[in-house]
Design a binder for this molecule. Structure first.
Ligand code: ZN
Length: 180
């Protein structure tokens, strides 16, 4: 199973600790999970997630706050379709805070991984991968200095108090960051 907007869910979204049956189809595996009505983590297999099983429950995986911008660019029908795909049908970003999924050009960005220094050619590329607003209000020099020097291969290796989330939009990098 591959997701259009999430490159590597097996390594970069939260999964249940041990193999469990999917809440919808009962297939057993180490699946992503969502928060059920009883506040329990409920496993959902990638196929059921991608099939939109969470839409009927109105359970969100991700946030799209600025929906009007997406709809302005893509129109009502396509705009709502891709918003639904991010909100209900894409694994959850492994962020500390609820971050808004970045939209760039005429599509949502693809979440690649939790980033470290080796994911960038240099500091300039790192800084330019943030929105102008982030460049204005965040101390990106400080965040760059705190980035690990080694590749981050999975979510466990990326549990730093300040985390950089690498997305791509075509061949361009786009980043968000947050802290615990
Ligand atoms: Zn399933």
């Amino acid at each position: 199973m591959t997701f259009k907007y999430f490159r590597d869910y097996e390594n970069f979204t939260y999964l249940v600790d041990k193999p469990m049956p999917c809440s919808f189809c009962s297939a057993v595996g180490r699946w992503p999970y969502y928060y059920g009505e009883d506040d329990q983590d409920k496993p959902i297999c990638p196929d059921c997630l991608n099939a939109g099983k969470l839409i009927d429950l109105d359970v969100w995986m991700n946030d799209v706050v600025n929906q009007s911008e997406v709809i302005k660019v893509l129109g009502e029908q396509e705009g709502h379709a891709v918003i639904n795909q991010i909100v209900y049908m894409t694994p959850k970003l492994p962020t500390w805070q609820d971050l808004e999924w970045p939209f760039q050009g005429n599509d949502f960005c693809v979440f690649e991984k939790i980033a470290s220094k080796v994911d960038f050619e240099d500091k300039e590329e790192f800084i330019n991968s943030f929105s102008q607003e982030d460049q204005d209000i965040s101390d990106l020099d400080f965040i760059w200095d705190g980035l690990p020097e080694h590749p981050i291969r999975n979510i466990k290796e990326g549990q730093y108090s300040a985390c950089v989330y690498l997305f791509t939009s075509g061949n361009k990098k786009r980043c968000l960051w947050d802290a615990d």
